[in-house]
Write a protein that binds this ligand. Structure first.
Ligand code: ATP
Ligand code: LTN
Length: 267
């Protein structure tokens, strides 16, 4: 892959991030993404947030449901504290520049780079001959989302780190191939507790809005009773909590609950 170059000072600080309207928001989305989106907005930085519907259709979506989920996700952004007067909030399919630049990046990204993307491998599984070409090209469209706005910083959860490294490689290769300094080398913003919230049923798996078990996640629309019940039933182990972090090392389920507590209590 191309050598990453330093972010030149010529690019003003600008935040961009996106969430797919592929189902209801989880506590993982809130702690890993939304909460940080709001913090960046409140710091007075220029913030652009996108409902990435073109990414959602890389797997089958019922059109009427997708429309509904897009509206619900917009409501979720606003409920979490995104203020449309201070942040730009929109859906991806309304701005054709995303797919236009996405095509150009399909010519920049290499097959080898794309084949190493673990999210594709996880989502395609044994079915890789039968998934859409869009699912494979997904990270090039994500790079286009970010670089169409020359965004310098992207807050995301831990699971998106590899996609952001690919975004840096695409920007560097484009700049290098054309002998320009056109795109910034974007920095991921993945910090603090809650960047990787795990399933309440299995502390080694990511909490996900697409997990078949509703018990595995906290939905942002769950009521207080349901949330308390899910935490009480969450998988743990027989040991008491240790004195220090080191003691949580090989205890993924207990570690997850402590991590969630730390993220919510800001400690
Ligand atoms: P799915 O689980 O169905 O793949 P998702 O919940 O990951 O979907 P995305 O739209 O892909 O939803 O992710 C939106 C944002 O939420 C991303 O920045 C992602 O990193 C973050 N995120 C998702 N799940 C978690 C999690 N369990 N912990 C922390 N951050 C998460
Ligand atoms: N792939 C991301 C969603 C996404 C995104 C983006 C995140 C699409 N485009 C641009 C940050 C910046 C995911 O969370 N699965």
């Amino acid at each position: 892959m191309s050598e990453p170059v330093q972010t030149p000072q010529t690019f003003p600080t600008r935040i961009f991030s996106g969430i797919q309207p592929s189902g209801g928001l989880t506590l993982g989305n809130y702690l890993g993404a939304l909460k940080r989106f709001v913090q960046k907005q409140d710091e007075g930085i220029e913030t652009i947030y996108c409902i990435v519907d073109m990414h959602a259709i890389t797997v089958w979506q019922d059109p009427a449901k997708l429309r509904q989920q897009t509206r619900e996700l917009a409501a979720g952004f606003i409920a979490a504290g995104i203020d449309p007067a201070r942040s730009i909030l929109f859906n991806q399919s309304q701005v054709s520049a995303h797919v236009e630049l996405g095509w150009i990046f399909n010519t920049v990204a290499r097959m080898g780079w794309m084949s190493r993307m673990t999210q594709f491998k996880d989502k395609a599984g044994k079915n890789s001959e039968n998934v859409s070409l869009g699912l494979f090209a997904y990270p090039a469209l994500m790079a286009a989302d970010i670089l169409a706005y020359k965004a310098t910083h992207v807050p995301v959860g831990e699971d998106q780190k590899q996609h952001l490294e690919l975004t840096r490689d695409i920007a560097a290769k484009f700049n290098n191939d054309y002998g320009v300094n056109f795109f910034p080398i974007t920095e991921p913003v993945i910090e603090g507790a809650g960047t990787r919230v795990m399933s309440l049923r299995d502390g080694t798996k990511k909490m996900s809005k697409s997990d078949p078990s509703d018990q595995s996640r906290i939905n942002l629309t769950d009521d207080t009773d349901t949330i308390a019940k899910k935490f009480r039933k969450a998988k743990t182990d027989a040991e008491p909590l240790p004195e220090d972090l080191e003691g949580l090392k090989d205890r993924p389920d207990a570690r997850n609950l402590v991590n969630i507590y730390a993220a919510l209590a800001d400690i």
